[in-house]
Design a protein around this ligand. Sequence first.
Ligand code: NGO
Length: 555
Amino acid sequence: MTAGRLFSTTVATPAEGTQPVRQPRALPRLFGSLLLVAAAGIAGIGAGPAPVQPAAAPRQLGQIVPAPASVHPGGAPYTLTPLTRIRADHHSPQVRRIGAYLARLLRPSTGYRLPVTHDRGPGGIRLRLSSHERALGDEGYRLESSPGSLTLTARKPAGLFHAVQTLRQLLPAAVEKDTRQPGPWQIAGGTVTDTPRYAYRGAMLDVSRHFFTVDQVKRYIDQLPLYKINRLHLHLSDDQGWRIAVDSWPRLATYGGSTQVGGGRGGYYTKAQYKEILRHAASRYLEVVPEIDMPGHTNAALASYAELNCSGVAPPLYTGTDVGFSSLCVPKPVTYDFLDDVVRELAALTPGRYLHIGGDEAHSTSHADYVAFMDKVQPIVAKYGKTVVGWHQLTGATPAKGALAQYWGLDDTSNAEKAQVARAARNGTGLILSPADRIYLDMKYNKDTPLGLDWAGFVEVRRSYDWDPGTYLPGAPASAVAGVEAPLWSETISTSDHIEFMAFPRVVGVAELGWSPASTHGWEAYRVRLAAQGPRMAALGIDFYRSPQVPWPSG
Ligand code: NGO
């Protein structure tokens, strides 16, 4: 239990010098327990009851999720007023867009005009980019709050964007509402300096088993960045549906995308629609990782083109939920012409660096064929300038240089399988950790959860949070871990409400595993901070699962 780092007792801000931390006037019950935990952390005596001392940090600064690397509370708060300006004091259009995004977030609930200006005057909310801030890296930021101004500083725009998310969380939850609220709108005095633990902090959405519209995907894209998630992996093809238009093989989408689990209408993204998703994701600093699953999970493609089948006969479309029965025809040359076209078109659409080639559950492909297939496909991905990502079965073949393997095993996956992944990691394959019995968002929370699957067991909120990516896979060097990703498979998921109920709040914990220093990790402190996110998620209209493990505020 090391929550003490969140509540550093050093109380210095450049603007105001050193001041005593002021005790908040009224502490809600939840905050009281958070302070006990924090005080225990400061004293280094574990999570038992402890006196609240030396002084309480202002409440908001202790509630940020993911926990920041360092928080120094201090001084009087910054207050938003009807005259507040947002000063994007940099020529970068990205900074101006972040300023406009912040204004759009704050205007409806505050009712203030919040003009976004380019001047460098004093006061207001200042968005600064500074190339000198090396320590802030690609995504880090500093937030300094004092009565005179609120200054966000970063080396890169992504850092400023994350700073804006912290700023949101420092305002009352009602700021997230889309109608005017009473305020006051104060941000506790102090400094937050923050950088992520991992560069890869992902969420995956399976748009194949059930199709999700552009608007549904955009809604999820709007929700994830609040917790500093920075990758959206889209599972674009599977047995039940091919969801992205490919000009050179048009039936993939028009026929292969025409249904879904249960036999509904399905759908697919035209290239223009897919670009709209990409644009929206980019505006939220989310890199999209597209996946075309192969050589298994390919019934939709095999049904669309007879020549892709070893038999030359196309199977019917599939609307069930079995896995492992389909395979591209490894010996046929047309398979690689097909994949060259698909990868070329998808890579051309993709601004991000990764292209996910699946590789899981190829139960209808022999091992020798699987290895031969991966040897042929990975160079195609490289040829079109992308880095391979594959499910961890890829480590049973020869992962390309620089590839990432996505581990989706369980705590009790065989040692041999874990060892194979760890060996690849020692040989330079990076790891994305998605242990299914920890962070598969489609696993039921408990036996009564109306949605989801349970093949990996029930995954309550604590279970999804209470593990360490750095030490999870025995024998894998901590430096091989690129990050974490929470997949949401959609066999039973077909609406935005479903997405939100299964993802929230578990994806918040995954975000914290990906962002926060290991030293801040601790369930007892986290559950209290997570509880404080309840009203914020509710204000955003997110229908999250009210886990009994979390002391949500009543009302
Ligand atoms: C597995 C399987 C998917 C299922 C999912 C359901 C992987 C990588 N392959 O995860 O096809 O949809 O479980 O939880």
